[in-house]
Write a protein that binds this ligand. Structure first.
Ligand code: NAD
Ligand code: MN
Length: 359
């Protein structure tokens, strides 16, 4: 039976544009290799150029247009000419929050052939999924500035946590832990210093835990968590944390797995009331944009997550396998992984691996 998936591509800014083009090439290669599988892709050129021309990151009907798709592939929002909080809130957060993509899922693994900075740590020992609360908390957007420009100016960013918001992300993380062989969950907190919402977070985690007696659960303060990730990586499996905490921990996780350039993420609306959005974790990378040397693997891995989400597990598996064949060979790697290959060369190698041939 033939299957067609409608994908909205939002490349955004900087290397986002370069890696999303690469990701779409890989989707084409997947479709070419499997006659029953097709993708209808529409590109939306929204981002900072659009902002400089129109004063907004995406048009008024942008949200409604994206809603009609099965999934969204996103690059990056961020440009040296526009303040970061405008680009981020105007595009990426507007989509994530508007589509209630409350579960941000960030797998971290040492891919074959890639050596992380942790000496002697094997692929079996570093295999985590970080689950990030993606709809509220420190990035709820609540706050303001009063007496702007005066000595007595006040700035407030208010973290908002709701019982419903916390419970649904903790439950999501337990379910994910249950689907993995090791069945472990670490709940990250900071309830020693933050004595209101984080204490509620802990209480809700303990309450939900009662429904998952088969999952080995522990609790970690976020500062201590950074040392545990570095010193005892094998002790971790699934990790759940607030919006801010997981944002930071997942960049650390990406670095420990070899490079920010390979790290993928999915912004999921698990109920499927809205499309989910998949993107590499990295940003626009001003220092390398336009040079054609960005690592596209984070985007390829995100594309595999997108396929998985659409029920195309076999295609997702073939793509992951092609990525691993290329990293395992170690010949076609970008500079962030110690190689000298271009984005196009890595893309070509992955497409060739998908087609079953070698380059
Ligand atoms: P960044 O991820 O853009 O870059 C950090 C470092 O990692 C840079 O040295 C960069 O060259 C390197 N790097 C990142 N991705 C790479 C890749 N695929 N291949 C090779 N090297 C790679 O983070 P930053 O410098 O903090 O942010 C730059 C801009 O991107 C800012 O405007 C920021 O707001 C934005 N940003 C957007 C998102 C997003 O849209 N999801 C995420 C992070 C940062
Ligand atoms: Mn981040």
């Amino acid at each position: 039976m033939s299957r067609t998936h409608r994908i909205a591509a939002v490349p955004g800014d900087g290397i986002g544009i370069e890696v999303i083009e690469a990701g779409l090439e890989v989707l084409d290669a997947l479709a070419a290799a499997e006659p029953d599988l097709a993708f209808e892709v529409e590109r939306f050129p929204w981002g900072s150029d659009y902002y400089l021309e129109h004063g907004v990151m995406m048009p008024d009907d942008g949200f409604a247009r994206l809603r009609a798709f099965d999934a969204i592939l996103f690059g990056s929002a961020g440009d040296p000419r526009v303040p970061d909080h405008l680009t981020l809130w105007g595009l990426r957060l507007a989509i994530c929050q508007g589509m209630d993509q409350y579960a941000n899922v960030r797998p971290t693994r040492l891919l074959p052939g890639i050596e992380g900075p942790l000496k002697g740590v094997t692929a079996a020992e570093l295999d985590w999924v970080i689950v990030r609360e993606n709809s509220e908390g420190e990035y709820a957007g609540a706050g303001g500035r009063v007496h702007q420009g005066f000595d007595h100016e006040v700035g407030l960013d208010v973290s908002i946590m709701t019982r419903k918001g916390v419970e649904r992300i903790i439950r999501f993380a337990f379910e994910l832990a249950r689907s993995r062989p090791r069945k472990k969950l670490t709940v990250v907190t900071k309830s020693n210093a933050q004595r209101h919402a984080m204490v509620m977070w802990d209480e809700i985690a303990a309450m939900v835990q009662a429904d998952y007696p088969d999952i080995e659960t522990d609790k970690m303060l976020v500062d201590a968590m950074t040392t545990r990730m570095v010193l005892k990586p094998a002790s971790l499996d699934v990790i759940v944390a607030t919006n801010l905490h997981a944002d930071i921990l997942s960049d650390l996780a990406a670095a420990l797995s070899g490079s920010l350039g390979i790290a993928p993420t999915g912004n999921l609306n698990p109920e499927r009331d809205f499309p989910s959005m998949f993107e590499p974790i990295h940003g626009s990378a001003f220092d390398i944009m336009g040079k054609g040397i960005a690592n596209p693997i984070g985007t390829f891995w995100s594309t595999a997550m997108l396929l998985d989400h659409l029920g195309e597990e076999a295609a997702a598996g073939r793509l992951m396998n092609a990525i691993e064949v290329v990293t395992g060979r170690g010949e076609v790697l970008t500079a962030d992984l110690g190689g000298s290959a271009t984005t196009a060369e890595v893309t070509e190698a992955v497409c060739a691996a998908l087609a079953g041939s070698n380059v």
